[in-house]
Design a protein around this ligand. Structure first.
Ligand code: GDP
Ligand code: MG
Length: 305
């Protein structure tokens, strides 16, 4: 009889410009919604791990904020958070939008990780939007770059190609321990997941600068005897004009955000929820290092945990 294959495990970093589908991908692979998703670029502000449990192995995925050229302090913080992950990783999963092809922004991101010796896999996402011949042409062009050990076409949205992707990743991971128990899909604190759900609703319902100016902090969670989970959260914005918009006509906007967030939290956590939302103006928080740390950084450090 053949001895059982050794258990494999390791860390894979998802890298790519905003909006290529990294968060959707991580959520589909992990089968639970972890990262905030939205149509607006740059929804994800932090490194988020999702644990993929497969027979014979464990893939620990790290979601990175989008890397792009920018001068704002918040963006610099996000870029640093991404760069620092490369060398700690067993694999880099470089994601592009196959429908857009390989753009200058992709080139910029790729340049930033060229130095990393970590093996790189190219994920071509959104193939549901691309005619086959075009996809093949794109894959040929990407192959010719000789940067990627593998090219994997997928559609995160249509759940297409994900099993192949998981197996390719697993093959390239080293032998290793089961880092996380099999019922654990993330190491993010529950408060962070709750805040991300609320932030996603804000992102989906507002426009212009508000999505980027809003941060959510969970003030308190309390489980009542009747099983009701009571959550109090504060939304920080940068200007009182933004606060006014978020509150909306007779409070309609805030109510809507609260309702959508509550429904989703109830679905995800399987409890009844009472959610109170407050809005505070914290002038210029996204330009201040200290505030950024307070509101966005959970200091997830990886292998040395
Ligand atoms: P991120 O910024 O890279 O994390 O991207 P998101 O996961 O937030 O996705 C950005 C947008 O692309 C969302 O509207 C997703 O629904 C959409 N999207 C993600 N994957 C796919 C896909 O495979 N096909 C299509 N058509 N849309 C996708
Ligand atoms: Mg994202």
């Amino acid at each position: 009889m053949k001895p059982p294959a050794p258990f494999k495990s390791g860390y894979a970093s998802l890298i790519g410009k905003p909006n290529v589908g990294k968060s959707t991908l991580i959520n589909e692979l992990v089968l639970t919604k972890i990262a905030a998703m939205s149509r607006k670029p740059q929804t994800t502000r932090n490194k988020i791990t999702g644990v993929v449990h497969i027979p014979g192995g464990q893939i620990i995925l790290v979601d990175t904020p989008g890397i792009h050229e920018s001068t704002s302090k918040l963006n610099q913080f996000m870029v640093r958070a991404s760069l620092s992950t490369y060398n700690d990783m067993d694999l880099i999963l470089f994601v592009i939008d196959a429908n857009q092809g390989f753009c200058p922004e992709d080139q910029f991101v790729l340049k930033s990780l060229q130095e990393a010796k970590t093996p790189k896999i190219l994920i071509l996402n959104k193939i549901d939007l691309v005619p086959k011949p075009e996809l093949l042409t794109l894959m040929d062009a990407m192959n010719a770059k000789k940067i990627f050990s593998e090219l994997i076409p997928v559609s995160a949205l249509k759940k297409d190609g994900l099993d192949v992707l998981k197996n390719v990743i697993l093959q390239r991971l080293p032998e290793g321990p089961q880092y996380f128990p099999s019922d654990m899909v993330t190491d993010c604190p529950e408060e962070f997941l709750l805040a991300e759900i609320i932030r996603e609703k804000i992102m989906n319902m507002t426009h212009f600068e508000i999505p980027y100016s809003a941060a959510v902090l969970i003030d308190q969670t309390e489980e009542r005897d009747n099983g009701m989970l009571v959550i109090t959260a504060t939304i920080f914005v940068e200007r009182s004009s933004q606060k006014k918009i978020l509150i909306g006509e007779k409070g309609a906007m805030l109510k809507q955000i609260g309702r959508q967030a509550r429904v989703e939290i109830e679905k995800r956590f399987g409890v009844r929820v009472y959610l109170s939302l407050f809005i505070k103006v914290k002038s210029g928080w996204s330009e201040q290092n200290r505030s950024i740390k307070e509101l966005c950084d959970f200091n997830v450090s990886y292998k040395d945990r």
